[in-house]
Design a protein around this ligand. Structure first.
Ligand code: ME8
Length: 644
């Protein structure tokens, strides 16, 4: 089966930071996962180089625009190369082939009557490359997305008949409920479309740094609106309009984007494709936003994290692991060195690294490094069953991009391995002259490590290749089929010593960002100020809306053993699976009384561990001297209904 996976093409007006890296890591992971399973997979990334914003950045840098774009684009490419991102193509929108493809697409849409010429007058934000109606401006002047000043622009323009596709788009969201992932994000898109779509201005005459519209239109003062040419990159990269050889990969299986550009990908993009009579992508998967220590990253604050700086001190693959493990796909995430260090020490070093060292140590003592799986089934059928069950559950998580759950489950294998060692104590068995049993346990753990490495390889390809080398096998589709699909065990081999894979980290290795300096650029500050408390202690409405409150329906509730206060509750928030919330309400509510009732949930809290259990939200409750009561909607509402 063939697959096609894409990242957004990144603007070249600034260097990549960990937000860009996150998107690229997930797409790379998914590609490696599909390849591991034997699927012919094509992976595209690249840079978005046209538009007024890039032209202005080049002017500021005092460079010709193309030279500036080439240099900046190269910084992205080098970065991804340093991270071993396995892209098949790195597209630059200034590539000749891209221009040809984009012009061809424009011609097709025009010939179909979906593009027509008219005049446009509106408020334009250069930074977002977007027009806004006056009603959406902040204080009648500022861009609602980035806070920068907009300017009034009146120009002749070609328009794309977006309004024509309103019903078709609504049908798409209905018939293909996984078109937008996570599903919880679909509502904002559907509501936007239901609010009515205006035709989209798709050319500009106020600047020249763009793809010219086709010569056949004989109107060479128009260049394409950057979002039109940018979105088309996903097909021009496959040769659309030129050499169609790679169009066999279309439609894309998963197109990863950040939530900031979901609207472009879930509305404009399918409408363009419908106009071109091309099939639609299977999934547009939108992830959340990364902050640093809870703050938005911005150049003016000096707190932008360059992926290379992190990789240099903490390790490139540790960073991939952390980012994919830390955040449920779709939710916002925070980069804090403390959280990163905790995961390196407890999960990578303790759980995984130590397990490998333990069996290398034991096999060197008991069997001169020889490992044989012959006695594993005899002594460890229980562990093998548990291991196979866990392995079988993994695919479902990856298909839904839930890398955090995938890794959480995968880590259960190391618990099985460690527990088997404790319970069977091979060192005791050796003393009791039960060498077969001792070696059976060592071999069980070797097999656990081998299978876990295969499944971890899309996230940590190099590290797992080292583990596989120690276990004398290679990670590829063959070993995946044998060890994972056919549940086979490793053949007799000699284990090799490896250098420590995950040295413990004792203290933060990077300097924390300085606090914002008073000479911050006013434009960048503007939005921050909108979001900050003023002296009155009052907050802006935007601050309130940063908290995502939703109606939830309790599906299950159970007592937490040994806790006087806590209940473990599964709440349906209209997402793929219920969320687990651990709430301190046991003194006021019995577990049996809760299922089927509704609650109000803070849905975008960072997940936290309470008594070792993950809690992914908070229930709203009111408490006074008479006790506590949960806040509930007055009438039943659909699970996931936003409150606000
Ligand atoms: O929007 N957290 O390019 P862009 C998480 N050229 N992800 C982040 C992030 C953060 N703090 N910051 C950036 C564009 N990203 C257009 C795309 S596609 C046809 C055209 C990631 O350079 C995230 O994937 O502004 C986001 O969608 C993307 O970078 C925006 O990159």
């Amino acid at each position: 089966m063939s697959k096609y996976i894409t990242t957004p093409i990144y603007y070249v007006n600034g260097e990549a930071h960990i937000g860009h890296a996150y998107t690229t890591f997930i797409a790379d992971t998914m590609t490696r996962y599909e390849k591991l399973k034997g699927n012919d997979t094509y992976f595209l990334t690249g840079t978005d180089e046209y538009g007024q914003k890039i032209e202005e950045s080049a002017q500021k840098a005092g460079k010709p625009t193309q030279e500036f774009a080439d240099e900046m684009s190269a910084t992205f490419k080098t970065l991804w190369d340093n991270f071993d991102i396995c892209y098949d193509k790195f597209i630059k929108t200034t590539d000749e082939d891209h221009k040809i493809g984009a012009q061809k697409a424009f011609e097709v849409m025009y010939a179909k009557g979906d593009i027509y010429k008219d005049f446009y007058e509106g408020h334009y934000c250069v930074s977002c490359e977007t027009f806004f109606p006056e009603t959406q401006l902040v204080d009648g002047e500022f861009c609602p997305d980035c806070g920068r000043t907009t300017s009034v622009v009146k120009e002749e323009s070609y328009f794309f008949k977006l309004s024509k596709y309103e019903d078709k788009l609504l049908k798409l969201y209905e018939n293909q409920p996984d078109f937008i992932l996570p599903r919880s994000r679909a509502n904002e898109v559907i509501n936007f479309v239901k609010g009515g779509l205006h035709d989209l201005s798709v050319t500009r005459t106020s600047f020249t740094w763009g793809v010219k519209i086709p010569a056949s239109l004989n109107d060479d003062k128009h260049v394409m609106y950057v979002w039109l040419d940018a979105l088309l990159n996903y097909i021009t990269a496959l040769g659309y309009g030129k050499d169609d050889a790679n169009m066999k990969y279309w439609p894309a299986s998963t197109q990863f984007v950040g939530k900031d550009i979901l609207r472009f990908h879930a509305i404009y993009w399918p409408a363009f494709l419908m106009s071109l009579d091309l099939p639609l992508p299977k999934h547009i998967a939108a992830h959340g936003w990364w902050t640093r220590n809870g703050e938005k990253m911005s150049k003016s604050k000096g707190n932008v994290i360059a992926p290379k700086d992190v990789a240099d001190v903490y390790g490139a693959e540790n960073l991939r692991y952390f980012m994919l493990r830390e955040v449920p796909f779709g939710q916002d995430g925070d980069f804090s060195q403390r959280a990163f260090i905790d995961r390196i020490n407890s999960e990578l070093s303790n759980d995984l690294g130590n397990l490998l060292n333990r069996i290398i140590g034991m096999s060197s003592k008991y069997s001169d490094f020889e490992i044989d799986s012959v006695d594993v089934e005899k002594y460890h059928s229980k562990e093998l069953d548990a291991m196979n069950e866990t392995l079988a559950s993994l695919d479902g998580f990856m298909q839904k991009m839930q890398t955090h759950r995938y890794l959480e489950e995968l880590w259960k294998l190391f618990v099985i391995g460690n527990k088997a060692i404790e319970e069977h104590a091979p060192w005791v068995k050796m003393k009791e002259d039960k060498k077969d049993e001792a070696l059976g346990t060592v071999a069980l753990v070797a097999n656990i490590l081998a299978k876990a490495s295969i499944m971890l390889s899309p996230i940590m390809p190099k590290t797992t290749a080292t583990i596989a080398d120690a276990l004398n096998f290679k990670i590829n589709n063959d070993s995946y089929k044998k060890l994972i699909c056919d549940k086979k065990l490793l053949k007799l081999f000699n284990i090799k010593k490896v250098p420590p894979l995950f040295p413990r980290v004792e203290e933060p290795l990077m300097q924390e960002a300085p606090k914002a300096m008073p000479d911050d650029k006013p434009n960048d500050k503007m939005k921050e100020e909108l979001l900050q408390k003023d002296d009155s202690g009052l907050i802006e409405i935007g601050q309130f809306f940063e908290t995502s409150l939703k109606v939830g329906t309790i599906v299950e509730a159970e007592e937490v053993p040994k806790s006087k206060k806590l209940l473990k509750i599964q709440v349906d928030l209209g997402e793929e699976s219920p969320r687990q919330v651990v709430a301190g309400i046991k003194e006021f509510y019995s577990a049996e009384s809760l299922p089927g009732t509704q609650v109000c949930v803070v849905a975008n809290l960072k997940p936290a561990k309470l008594m070792g259990m993950m809690s992914e939200g908070m229930l709203l409750a009111a408490k006074d001297e008479e006790g506590l009561c949960l806040v509930r909607p007055e009438k039943p509402k659909k699970a996931g209904t936003p409150i606000g």
